[in-house]
Each structure stands twice: as structure tokens, then as C-alpha cells.
Ligand binder design. Structure first.
Ligand code: SAM
Length: 372
């Protein structure tokens, strides 16, 4: 069962379709575009729209500039203070001319800024990025995504039947499922690097002090539990993940449980469970199985918290269906879901009720709380 993929058999014809058709003919007409550019009232709108469209056309080049500045070490070096073009050329292993081309490109997209001739500092985006270990780790990691997207139409045509760079990285995903500890270590580290931002959102949106115990299902190396546990010292903590992920975790405050949430029973006795960045990794049938498994482990009234980026999130639509839609396709399984779809799946899995929680940074995660 794949939900959210319905299609009416009748071609739509109503007023909405006629209005969209009329709008698209106007916007697409060269005469209208010339008129908008010449008209002082319409010009700001025309410029903004043209700029947004150009960003879509050129986005891949921007991302590659970003990757170069991070991979070469320039962003990290500029985080320490001003640097000369010559020093950055040495660091990046580039000629002076290539370095200048890269730095000017980086300045144009807000990563760097030339503060005096031949001297560079971080720009606004660069400054925000420099302190964000999760985003830096993702930028490095995106090399795999770009490799898989080199011919995106070919990737879509393969219908996920073949392994990809991303499915090999996420060893539980896609056509080739292996279970090596080293591979699981690499993805667990990547997840841990970006976990602080997610746990900040969860802690701001939800009061964990109403619970006695929390089981983080698919909790990786425990970064989410560390953050929640720090904020709530009285909470009993448990982590469930694949054997190859938890193999080297040391017993401490967190009780470690190993197994597969797709085929093994989850440990009982926790009054709250969390699923952080898990559900979207799975197609509908296994995702429903995970929810039903958690429902079975919770007593009536027990709580499940779901935190992940969701599709159709107002203001973050591109993140959901353009970024995660393609990322998860390349990974070989899973899809971004709307909050509405997740609420429906929760009901199907036997949860009595659920509601969405507001988060501050919906790009990082939206949240749903459900009760068994
Ligand atoms: C995208 S990571 C998210 C990790 C963590 N929750 C976070 O947000 O940082 C997905 C996690 O689910 C775990 N996982 C995948 N398949 C699993 C399965 N069948 N049973 C248990 N855990 C699984 C992975 O090992 C990994 O730790």
C-alpha cells in the first residue's frame, strides 16, 4: 500500500484549472515579461520572480561552490578570522586564479566576504554554517547524493531496483541490504552530528517531564537520549537499534536493546517512545509495521513522539518533497509524508489519538504526539 499517490481518473476542468491556465499563459508570454520589466510598479516583482527562477536553474552550481568551500577547509579557516587569498590557495591546494574564482563565487552566495583587497572573512551564510556541525557533515555527505543524481531521470526510471551510492551508505536501505558494523558506524556518526538541532526542537516543543521513561526507537548512538536525559535527569532511558549499531555502545544510564523494529518485539515498560527521523526512511507497509510494533509495546495511554521533516510543511515545502523526496528515492526506500498522512497511519496502527506539535524550525523537524 502506498498512500498519497492517488489519482483521479477524470482530467480536471473546473474554474481552478481555467484560472491556472490563464495565469500560466500570461506569465509565460514574452510580451508580458517585457511589460513587467519596463513597468516601475511591476519591476520589483518581476526581478524577484526572475531571481527565484534563476536560483532554481543554477542551484546545482551553488551547491558545488558550497561543497568546495567546505571540503577545501576554507569555511573552517575563515571561522578563525580573516585570511588572505594566498593562504586559502595553499589550504585548498589550488592556483591563485582558481582560488579567486572560488572565493568570488562563495562571496556571491553569502559564504565568504572580501573585507579588503585579497582578504576574506565569512559571509552571513558562512558564519551560520561554520557553527553548524550537522550542516557541515551533510554538505560532505551530499557528494553521494550528487553522484546518484548525476542522471536524475535515469535514477527515477530504475524504480529503485538497483543499489546506489546512498543505499550503500545507509546499509539498512535499498536494493542491497547489508549489515556491517563499519557502515552503520558511518551513518550513525552523520546522524549524531546533526542530532543537536533536532533534540533542541523536540525539547522546546514537548515537555518530557510528564514521563517516567523514554525508549528511543532507532536511536542510533544515543545522541537524542543524551540531550533529553541532560534536560530531564530523572527520566529512565532506553535505546533500540540494530545489533550492528549498538554493538559497541557502553552500558550506562541508557539501557541498550538490540533488534529490528520490523521483525522483533520492542521492549515493554516504557511510558513514552520516540521515533526521530525514522518513519520517512521506510515505505508505507514497513512504516505501518513499525508504528504497530510500538503501539503493541505501549500500555493504553502510553505516548509516541514522532519528530522528522515532513512534506507539505508551510514555508518548508521544498525541503519536504523536493529535497527529501529525491534524497529518499536515491536512498532506495522511504518517502516524506505530510502530518495528515502520519496521523492517518497512526490511527491504522491502533493509536487512539494524535496531534501535531508546533516546532520553531520546521526545516529541521515537525512533531506529532500520539497516544495508545
Ligand atoms: C536516519 S537514522 C536516525 C537515527 C536517530 N534517530 C537520529 O535522529 O539521529 C535511522 C536509524 O534507524 C535505525 N534502523 C534502521 N532500520 C532499523 C531496524 N530494522 N530496526 C532497528 N533500527 C533500525 C538505523 O540503524 C539508524 O540508527
Amino acid at each position: 500500500m502506498e498512500t498519497g499517490q492517488g489519482q483521479s481518473s477524470v482530467e480536471p476542468r473546473g474554474l481552478k484549472v481555467r484560472l491556472r491556465g490563464w495565469r500560466n499563459r500570461i506569465i509565460g508570454s514574452r510580451a508580458f515579461q517585457r511589460h513587467a520589466a519596463a513597468n516601475p510598479f511591476l519591476r520589483p516583482i518581476a526581478r524577484a520572480r526572475a531571481g527565484a527562477l534563476f536560483d532554481l536553474v543554477a542551484g546545482f552550481a551553488y551547491s558545488q561552490v558550497l561543497l568546495c568551500t567546505v571540503e577545501s577547509g576554507c569555511v573552517q579557516r575563515l571561522g578563525e578570522g580573516p585570511a588572505s587569498t594566498a593562504e586559502l590557495a595553499d589550504l585548498a591546494g589550488l592556483s591563485g586564479e582558481a582560488t579567486l574564482r572560488l572565493l568570488r563565487a562563495a562571496a556571491a552566495i553569502g559564504i565568504a566576504e572580501e573585507v579588503a583587497e585579497g582578504w576574506w572573512m565569512l559571509g552571513r551564510h558562512g558564519a551560520a554554517l561554520h557553527g553548524n556541525a550537522g550542516a557541515l557533515a551533510m554538505i560532505h555527505h551530499h557528494k553521494l547524493l550528487y553522484a546518484d543524481l548525476a542522471d536524475p531521470l535515469a535514477l527515477l526510471r530504475k524504480d529503485r531496483a538497483e543499489s546506489t551510492a546512498l543505499s550503500r551508505f545507509w546499509s539498512y536501505a535499498g536494493a542491497e541490504k547489508t549489515a556491517e558494523e563499519g557502515e552503520a558506524g558511518a551513518y550513525s556518526q552523520l546522524m549524531a552530528a546533526s542530532q543537536a538541532a533536532v533534540s533542541d526542537e523536540a525539547l522546546a516543543a514537548y515537555d518530557f517531564s510528564r514521563h517516567r521513561s523514554l525508549l528511543d526507537v532507532g536511536g542510533g548512538h544515543g545522541a537524542f537520549l543524551d540531550a533529553v536525559g541532560m534536560a530531564h535527569p530523572g527520566l529512565r532511558l532506553g535505546l533500540f537499534d540494530l545489533p550492528q549499531v549498538v554493538a559497541r555502545l557502553e552500558a550506562g544510564r541508557v539501557a541498550v536493546h538490540s533488534g529490528s523494529f520490523l521483525s522483533d518485539d520492542l521492549p515493554r515498560g516504557y511510558d513514552c517512545a520516540s521515533l526521530v527521523r525514522i518513519l520517512h526512511d521506510h515505505d508505507d507497509e514497513p512504516a505501518l509495521r513499525i508504528l504497530a510494533n510500538i503501539r503493541a509495546a505501549l500500555k493504553p495511554g502510553g505516548t509516541l513522539l514522532i519528530a522528522e521533516p515532513m512534506s507539505g510543511t508551510p514555508g518548508a515545502e521544498a525541503m519536504g518533497d523536493a529535497y527529501f523526496g529525491l534524497y529518499l528515492w536515491a536512498m532506495g526506500q522511504g518517502r516524506p509524508r505530510t502530518a495528515r498522512e502520519i496521523h492517518a497511519m497512526l490511527r491504522e496502527a491502533g493509536f487512539a489519538r494524535s496531534r501535531s506539535l508546533a516546532t520553531r524550525q520546521t526545516l529541521i523537524a515537525s512533531m506529532i504526539v500520539a497516544h495508545a
